[in-house]
Design a protein around this ligand. Structure first.
Ligand SMILES: CC(C)(COP(=O)(O)OP(=O)(O)OC[C@H]1O[C@@H](n2cnc3c(N)ncnc32)[C@H](O)[C@@H]1OP(=O)(O)O)[C@@H](O)C(=O)NCCC(=O)NCCS
Length: 232
């Protein structure tokens, strides 16, 4: 007899071949690897463009060489484990990989949630019904996304961020640690919200904003956009 526990959480099945290549060998990659391993994926290797990382290990997994090696491995399963939304977007467009999505088993994600390829949900996160999480977006440790939220492709929802219901976050936008956002707020594309911001008004595209209440501190030019947060 099957017992229905009533816990309607999303399950993301692991393929019969569970091997995944990791792109990036920094601190963010540690959390990505921990998430994938907890979700029963196996790491086939780590790739990074910093020659100093080659031959070193991340959580026991060897850094095999530059990311360009993956250009010759079409269809390989992969995850981009780099913190910068702009860098993730660039690599996703360049590399011919099969992007996998993963949810840490200690996160709670409702079964109605839509998760794009490459999207990641870390431990302790809670994602409520009818949320849409775009391709390669990251819901970091302990963040919450309430009902009907829309998280744009490549966006970062930082550790401990709380988004109330119906919040929309634009593509490549980066919400720093511990932001709180009231219901139905719209945050534009390519913007950065500082740690601890309290967002009570809509935020436009391409700005850095922070504070309580969050206010726009500056606009982001084409030159500075990809460099706002390059740390891996
Ligand atoms: C908002 C942010 C992007 C601004 O970075 P920056 O442009 O380099 O800004 P600076 O550090 O030069 O600070 C400029 C001023 O803004 C203030 N400031 C910076 N971030 C702030 C924040 N989050 N809240 C309130 N004030 C902030 C600084 O105290 C400083 O004030 P001062 O001029 O009076 O000394 C950055 O501070 C931040 O909060 N990043 C979030 C990082 C994060 O949480 N990442 C998640 C990792 S998973």
């Amino acid at each position: 007899m099957q017992c229905d526990s009533g816990d309607r959480r999303l399950t993301v099945p692991v393929d019969s071949d569970p091997h995944v290549a990791i792109i990036g060998a920094g601190g963010h990659a540690k959390v990505v690897i921990a998430t994938l391993e907890a979700a029963s994926w196996r790491i086939s290797g780590v790739y990074d463009d910093n020659p100093k990382t080659w031959g070193t290990s991340v959580l026991g997994h060897r850094v095999l060489g530059p990311i360009s090696q993956l250009r010759d491995m079409p269809g390989t399963k992969g995850v981009i484990a780099i913190g910068s939304p702009a860098v993730r977007a660039k690599l996703a467009a360049e590399l011919p990989l099969q992007w996998i999505a993963a949810v840490h088993p200690a996160a709670w994600v409702h079964e109605s949630v839509k998760l794009g390829p490459g999207a990641l949900v870390f431990a302790g996160a809670v994602v409520q019904p009818d949320v849409v999480i775009g391709d390669h977006a990251v819901i970091n440790t302990g963040a919450t996304v309430d009902h009907d939220g829309v998280i744009g492709a490549f966006a970062n929802i930082g550790p401990g961020v709380h988004l109330a219901g119906n919040v929309r976050v634009g593509i490549r936008t980066d919400l720093g640690t511990g932001c709180s956002v009231i219901p139905s707020i719209q945050i534009g594309n390519d913007s950065v919200l500082g740690a601890g911001s309290v967002v009570v008004r809509n935020i436009p595209d391409r700005v850095v904003a922070f504070g309580c209440p969050a206010k726009v501190a500056r606009f982001i030019s084409d030159d500075t956009a990809p460099h706002i947060r390059q740390t891996a």
